[in-house]
Ligand binder design. Structure first.
Ligand SMILES: [Zn+2]
Length: 122
């Protein structure tokens, strides 16, 4: 595969939070053109833990029609290259949809409680 020899920067291959959010966002829309757009990228929440065992974690917000919102996340190990992340991108997208489904399947009365709990904690 062409590794873009014109660009010698090794960081070119590194998985950054911005890149990960962009790829996942595009994948979600590819899989479900309507539902995929309901995922709001939360770039400012991204967490990057460097070193062995570290990971790049990114978050998306999804909202129920009762206006309760929940955050879903995806994590890639720092050792992973962009190619490796892209290879499992469709599966990663499906997992995000599963996280969303688990949330929207809950009755809105449960969402209400969730929201009340959030207020108490903050
Ligand atoms: Zn709801």
């Amino acid at each position: 595969m062409d590794k873009s020899p014109g660009n010698p920067l090794p960081t070119e291959e590194a998985v950054t939070a911005d890149w990960l959010i962009e790829q996942l966002g595009a994948e979600l829309i590819r899989q479900e053109p309507v539902l995929g757009r309901e995922f709001v990228p939360l770039g400012r929440m991204s967490q990057i833990a460097r070193g062995p065992g570290g990971s790049t974690k990114v978050f998306f917000g999804v909202r129920c029609e009762c206006r309760t919102a929940v955050v879903v996340s995806f994590e890639a190990a720092v050792e992973k290259t962009r190619d490796q992340v892209l290879q499992v991108l469709s599966e990663s997208g499906r997992k995000l949809f599963e996280q969303r489904s688990a949330f929207v399947r809950m009755p809105c009365s449960a969402h209400d409680r969730l929201r009340a709990d959030n207020f108490k904690r903050s």
